[in-house]
Design a protein around this ligand. Structure first.
Ligand code: FAD
Length: 312
């Protein structure tokens, strides 16, 4: 069975959930082979094995000293050397650039923002805010596919996880842009938005002061999200925007406070397992996809809910 290369996203020795989703998808196509830049920790290797990685290719940490190009060279080299069936990466802005560059090097095609992929390498896209599903397939060379986080549920399945070090001589072009400094973003106590099991999001109904959203999120150990209206108003940073032009989330519980449920917002959260809306408008579109709804003023409902949770 041909190998399917999966570029591993990892931070501080921890694998990101999206990589486990990619390994799950890779198993449908062929033999999953994880590609790690830097020395993986034992915990990382074990996790990759638990989700079906038969091989773990490790490349020198030096590749991470440069902007995107070295990873494209690495993936293209491995795809050629191993006659890979496909290359999968997560659809982050950086990885989409890596995917494009890899496809150019392979003379193949790239599909980005994919939400599903089958054993025949037919990829599914959800467009126009999820109202239309399209299918696409790369018809030439090794397909390079960028899959959205939270689109494919990660399922464990043990793999051999045999480690093989890859030697690579980077081209001068790959070393053209060097990373001179990495500033670690202040990491709050809250979980990362796309990885969180619970997300509490606020919209225009919240108003400028997002503490009502943050307090409920903290009581639940949740991440905070925001609608574009709230982001455009400058009430919350864009990094927290959920939707078509923001992040895609798929938590177990999504609480929408003062969000109408426009199609572009739904595109980023409609696959959440349980959706709870707090809205004063009983006709708000968000209610069409909500499992539970509270019709009322969020400034009264959310603090009461927060207080009740904090008491327990
Ligand atoms: P509104 O639509 O104004 O809704 C506010 C809601 O709050 C209403 O339902 C109201 O009843 C309720 N409310 C008000 N006060 C209270 C209160 N005190 N208590 C309870 N409820 C209250 N939007 C996104 O979110 N994410 C995207 O990524 C995104 N991408 C877009 C891309 C494009 C190309 C376009 C054209 C639009 C995009 N939008 C996106 C914008 C989207 O169309 C909506 O305008 C936006 O989602 C509306 O945000 P909202 O629900 O917070 O505001």
């Amino acid at each position: 069975m041909a190998e399917v290369l999966v570029l591993v996203d990892h931070v501080d020795g921890q694998v990101k959930k999206v990589t486990l989703e990619l390994l799950t998808a890779a198993r449908r196509i062929g033999e999953p082979a994880a590609v790690v830049v830097g020395e993986p920790t034992d915990e990382l290797k074990a996790k990759l094995g638990e989700y079906g990685a038969e091989k773990i290719y490790t490349a020198p940490a030096e590749l991470d000293d440069y902007v995107v190009a070295p990873k494209a060279e690495l993936l293209a080299k491995l795809a050629n050397d191993k006659s890979a069936a496909a290359v999968l990466v997560s659809a982050t802005p950086e990885n989409k650039e890596i995917a494009g560059r890899t496809a150019v090097k392979l003379g193949s095609g790239v599909l980005t923002d994919v939400v599903d992929i089958n054993s025949e390498l037919v990829a599914e896209h959800s467009i126009f805010g999820g109202s239309i599903i399209t299918h696409a397939k790369v018809t030439k060379g090794v397909p390079v596919v960028a899959v959205r986080p939270n689109a494919i549920p990660a399922e464990p399945s043990a793999g051999a996880a045999a480690v093989e070090a890859v030697e690579i001589e980077l081209s001068d072009a790959a070393k053209a842009a060097r990373i001179t400094d990495r500033v670690k973003q202040e990491k709050g106590a809250r979980p990362e938005l796309t990885e969180a099991a619970i997300v509490v999001s606020g919209g225009r109904g919240v108003g400028e002061d997002f503490s009502v959203v943050e307090n409920l999120a903290d009581a639940l150990g949740a991440a905070v999200g925001a609608s574009r209206a709230a982001v455009d108003a400058g009430w919350y940073p864009h990094a927290f925007q959920v939707g078509q032009t923001g992040k895609t989330v798929s938590p177990n519980l999504y609480i929408a406070l003062g969000i109408s449920g426009a199609i572009q917002h739904r595109a980023g959260m409609q696959t959440s397992k349980t959706i709870v809306a707090v809205n004063k408008d009983p006709e708000a579109p968000i209610l069409e996809i909500s499992d539970f709804a509270v019709i009322g003023d969020l400034h009264k409902v959310a603090p009461q809910l927060t207080e009740e949770i904090n008491k327990r």
